[in-house]
Structure formats: structure tokens, C-alpha cells
Design a binder for this molecule. Sequence first.
Ligand code: TRP
Length: 332
Amino acid sequence: MEEKKIIFSGIQPTGVFTLGNYLGAVRNWGKLQEDYRSIFCVVDLHALTVRQVPKDLRHQTYQAYALLLACGIDPEKALVFVQSHVAGHAELSWILNNYTYFGELSRMTQFKDKSSKHEDNINAGLFDYPVLMAADILLYQTDLVPIGADQKQHLELARDIANRFNNAYSPTFVVPDGYFSKSGARVKSLQEPTKKMSKSDTNEKSYILLLDPPNVIRKKIRSAVTDSDAKVAYDPENKAGVSNLMEIYQAITGDSFEEIEGKFEGQGYGVFKDAVADVIIGELEPIQKRYEELMNDKKGLEAIMKEHAEMANRMAIRTLRKVKKKIGLVQV
Ligand code: TRP
């Protein structure tokens, strides 16, 4: 029997992924599926913690799912499903609530951030978000969780909950570790290159979306903030804007920073920016094409969703049965 480690990650269906999501995370997920038992989840229940327009959420869920496949996650190799299709997430989340303290959840920085951004809707789901995330992870006996720095605190909590449960009863959950890939690029905002590229940024020129058409990509790259010394050189501290563009170029072409510096020596930023736009456009073209094909066949997409939800459900039920038995719930 194969003994591949289990990797689990989730992404919210809250809009088209950015180039940052792609180069920093999703593209690498496609590579993990070769070496790990990979599970990727479109976490629609998490998206409910801030108010969503129902028809947009529905569209974005198909969209996120299609984008994952278009970015190289292969349903023959990885498990890809929608969170709400597997009832066990909500169920385990309720059980784990009883092993999570109010104080712990109050200390979550993302909760504090989000509650200050949505003061009119500080709901119980927002508070409980990390427990649902713990349930996602623990349900599949996950070994490794690829996450960005902003999710470290949530993963730490998932580990604490797992240990607490295991100690109170007997070993039940695998205690997951974070997976921090070396190859993931940290793409910054094109307008404020000290900040992370984010689709929630109010300035549209600060990010590139995976479905942006070529002319929009070129425009956004051309208007990216640089500096006045007109030299393509990697120096994230003093030349954050240019370094960010180099980072993107490097992530796509595989060229080293020295190679990039050599290639564009003596040339202005205009030439370099056009080259950056070209490689982005070239990278995204097949993804956009595949995305269109998938979205034009919703029935086909739904068939994959359904099959994968059933497979995920079978894994989830195994963990849930153990949990219920240990805590004294009657199962018939
Ligand atoms: N909270 C994560 C984010 O916003 C998404 C997520 C939900 C997740 N469940 C997960 C990530 C489980 C990893 C594992 O990025």
C-alpha cells in the first residue's frame, strides 16, 4: 500500500484568484499532487462569514473550482471538492467547538481584523471560522497544510485542538504541520510593493487577476510602481517595485535574478515591463482557455464535483465515526 502523506488546503470562493494566489500557492498545489495524497477544497462555508450575494457566491464557487482545475490540479490525481458538499465539515466543527476556548478564538488576529472591517456583522460564524478550518484539516487526517503566513495562527489552533482531543480520549487525529514551500513566490502589490498582492485591495491596478485579458495585464504592469534609477536590479529593500516585477518574471521563467539583470542591462523599465507582461500573458493564456472550456460545460464540472464529494465524504465519515464513538454519541 502506498504511504503518501496527506496534504490539505482550502481556498475561499470570493472572486478570481490573483497572480499572487497563483504563483504563491495554487500553481504549487498542482505539483504536490505527484508526491502527496492531495486534497483541495473550495471553502464556501467559510465565505459565509461575511455577507455574500447568493448568485455571486454560486458563480464564484464554480469559478474557483474551474480555476483550480485550469491551474493544473488534476482530478485524476488529487481530490478537489466543495466544502458544503461534505456534511462532515459542519458536523465535526460543531463537535470541536466544545474543545475550543472562547479566549483562544478571541486572540485570533484575523478575527480582530475582520471584525473591525465588518463592524455591522460580527457574527458567530466569523468568530468560529478557525474551528471550521480545524475541522477541514482534521477530518482528513492531514499531515501537511500548505498555507501562507496569515493562516499560521489558525493552523496552530488546529494543532492545539487536535492535541487536546487526543489527550482527553486517545489518539484520534493526526496533528498537522504547516507546509511552507520554497518555490512559492511572494508577489506584492503593483502599486504598493511592500504589501502583499490582494484581490481585496481597493485599487484594481495593484493586482492581476488570472482572468484579466492581455491588454489589461499589460496596462497594469506598465503602470506598476518602480523608481527613478532605471536599472533592473534585485534589491527588495530599496527597489521594491522593480524587485517585485523581477520576482514575477523569475517565478514564471525560472531565470535567476542575475540572469534577468543581465538580460535587461542598459534597457529602460519600459522594455522590462513589456517583457514581464509578455511572460504573464503567455503563462495565463492556456489557463484562461481551459477555464472557459470548463465553465462552458457546467454539467461536466458538476459531475466531477459530485464524484469528488462522494470520495471526500467516505474519508470524512471514517474520522467522524471514530470521534463520535470516543465522545459517547450513539451511532446506529
Ligand atoms: N482560511 C484559509 C484562508 O483564508 C482557507 C482555508 C479554509 C484553509 N480551510 C482551510 C486553508 C484548511 C488550509 C486548510 O486562506
